[in-house]
Design a protein around this ligand. Structure first.
Ligand SMILES: Nc1ncnc2c1ncn2[C@@H]1O[C@H](COP(=O)(O)OP(=O)(O)OP(=O)(O)O)[C@@H](O)[C@H]1O
Ligand SMILES: O=P(O)(O)OC[C@H]1O[C@H](OP(=O)(O)OP(=O)(O)O)[C@H](O)[C@@H]1O
Ligand SMILES: [Mg+2]
Length: 282
């Protein structure tokens, strides 16, 4: 089973980190290599450009891919199946025009020119809203094109909005909301190994916003302690040898930890430990 992973750019490192955290440790994963083995002899990594990854999966060069939804949509490959939102590389593909122009809505672009690195998505978007424009493909520095009379507007990626602001461009409409996805081909999506990788990556995401709480509590406080602990199933309760205290363990939502700890202390719990969870397979 081969996983296609971005070889450089902003998606490279977080993709590799996610694989590592999922337990798919890379062997000889040095940068700029074409391939890397993982600790699982059945799983290898193929490094490719973020934009080429959908094509590689569609063609069978890889079985699953990790790249932005924008790249999947732009590739126009139709037998790809999204397995999971990997929750990084969040950005928006937006239609933008110079701040000082008269353009306020997409309809103001009728008969105009749009520059973009995403010609297919852009074409489909303008067809959908039934506005006739000329779409010019550029390979970078898209934000410059309205200022050198190459285009009246652009379709480009934004996340913090800094680049648009620096180039005095204003968002006219959102074309696509994107984040990094794990995807496969229709004919491989149900393969056991593909499912294993999906589960492993999912277990990292599931653990991210959870914490593991351990504490001691007097036996007669157990009911109150259990009432305080929200979340996944009941806590695990263990006797402590030679003590009238119990050890109580539970998984708690990260955002509930602060409040939960005060409530636990109020009902008599002590020696409370909070730890991160590496992976959580539900
Ligand atoms: N500003 C951003 N914020 C968040 N995600 C982004 C941003 N820009 C791009 N992305 C996501 O990262 C993907 C790859 O972008 P990146 O700029 O790292 O590579 P690239 O420019 O396509 O690489 P290459 O140098 O190989 O052309 C994009 O398709 C998008 O999904
Ligand atoms: O809203 P912002 O946070 O400013 O991000 C938007 C910018 O990020 C991307 O470029 P990138 O940095 O990847 O450079 P590139 O053009 O070389 O790909 C994108 O093409 C925008 O130019
Ligand atoms: Mg880029």
């Amino acid at each position: 089973m081969r996983i296609a992973v971005p070889n450089k750019g902003r998606l490279h490192e977080p993709s590799e980190e996610l694989l590592e955290r999922a337990g798919l440790h890379l062997v000889d994963g040095a940068d700029r290599q074409l391939h890397a083995d993982t600790v699982d002899p059945d799983v290898t990594v193929l490094y490719a450009r973020a934009a080429d990854i959908p094509e590689y999966v569609a063609d069978g060069a890889a079985d699953v891919g990790i790249t932005g939804l924008d790249q999947v949509r732009e590739s126009d490959t139709d037998d790809l199946v999204e397995l999971r939102d990997l929750d990084f590389g969040r950005c928006r593909l937006v239609l933008a025009a110079p701040e000082d122009s008269d353009i306020e809505t997409v309809y103001d672009f009728e008969g105009g020119r749009i520059a973009t690195e995403f010609p297919k998505i852009t074409r489909r978007y303008f067809d959908r809203v039934d506005v006739d424009v000329d779409v010019t493909e550029v390979s970078g520095a898209t934000e410059l094109t309205p200022h050198v009379d190459i285009a009246d507007g652009i379709v480009d990626i934004t996340s913090t909005g800094t680049t648009l602001r620096m180039n005095r461009l204003a968002v006219v409409d959102e074309v696509l909301e994107s984040s990094v996805r794990l995807f496969a081909r229709e004919d491989t999506a149900d393969d056991e190994k593909v499912q294993q990788v999906d589960t492993a990556l999912g277990s990292v995401l599931a653990a991210e916003d959870k914490r593991y709480l351990m504490m001691n509590a007097p036996e007669d406080a157990l009911d109150d302690v259990e009432d305080v602990l929200p979340g996944m199933g009941g806590p695990t309760v263990m006797d402590i040898a030679g003590s009238d205290q119990l050890a109580v363990h539970a998984v708690v939502e990260e955002r509930a930890v602060f409040e939960t700890i005060s409530s636990l202390k109020d009902v008599g719990a002590s020696d409370i430990l909070v730890t991160e969870i590496e992976r959580l397979v539900e």
